[in-house]
Design a protein around this ligand. Structure first.
Ligand code: PEP
Length: 256
């Protein structure tokens, strides 16, 4: 089954509104029309409204949040709701990023609530999963991925899975400059796909897009995306430079 690649920039806590404008002024003219891949940019909440004003009118690029509250509204200081994200034209929401898991204590139960809330509000969650080096070296890779997939997707229907993107991000490769080899990444992606087959069916497993994340860059993107089960990238560091993010996208367009 052919799946449309999806390549997303996770800007994390980088890019002020002014810096984002400079980035977008350089980046958006490179992709004035829809390409063969879905392109997504996830700015910080504060940068989102300004970035959305430039991104949303561009047919080739969509905007994503980096997180979202599972609650609809109310006394949740510092949180951002689905309704707020809708108003700025958000299409995707990154959920369960390893930094949210390790630094802010988000577990699969919390992430599951957010995934369900995102789907109910018409967003496409980009659900991040991935093992630490200790877990991989301890032979726990499959158990960790199984727990994250089952826990984060509990109660998500086969129909709703059409809107879910999974990002496999080995924690040891995020922001470290160490990339999973194409073979390591392919093996993990194929395993995640087999989990979707167990939890859903062959159609869902075949249709779900699974991004790779972890020090993706222009120099390794083409080889990674040529793997059978790698359907794009979630890019941190290399997405902060318009030229390098565009080069990673070009690898996806060339492979499409
Ligand atoms: C990420 O944080 O999702 C990520 C993949 O970061 P980097 O590309 O910097 O490893």
């Amino acid at each position: 089954m052919s799946r449309k690649a999806i390549i997303a920039a996770n800007w994390k806590m980088n890019m002020t509104p002014t810096e984002a404008r400079t980035f977008l002024d350089a980046f958006l003219p490179k992709f004035p029309e829809a390409t063969g891949v879905d392109i997504v940019i996830a700015p910080s909440f504060l940068t989102m409204p300004m970035a959305a004003a430039q991104i949303v009118p561009n047919a080739a690029v969509d905007i994503s949040a980096q997180n979202m509250s599972a609650e609809a509204s109310g006394a949740y200081t510092g949180e951002v709701s689905a309704a707020m994200l809708k108003e700025v034209g958000t299409k995707y929401v990154i959920l369960g990023h390893s930094e949210r898991r390790s630094l802010y204590g988000e577990d699969d139960a919390i992430i599951n609530k957010k995934v369900l809330a995102a789907l109910e509000n018409g967003f496409s969650p980009i659900l991040c999963i991935g093992e630490t080096l200790e877990e991989r070296e301890g032979g726990k890779l499959e158990d960790v991925l199984r727990g994250q997939v089952q826990g984060s997707l509990a109660g998500v229907s086969a129909e709703q899975m059409a809107n879910v993107v999974i990002a496999y991000e080995p924690v040891w490769a995020i922001g470290t400059g160490v990339t999973a080899s194409p073979e390591q990444a392919q093996e993990a992606h194929a395993f995640v796909r087999s989990l979707l087959q167990e939890q859903y069916d062959e159609a869902v497993a075949g249709a779900t897009r699974i991004q790779y994340g972890g020090s993706a860059k222009p120099g390794n993107a083409a080889e990674l995306i040529s793997q059978a089960d790698i359907d794009g990238f979630l890019v941190g560091g290399a997405s902060l430079d318009p030229e390098s993010f565009a080069a990673i996208i070009q690898a996806g367009v060339d492979a499409a």
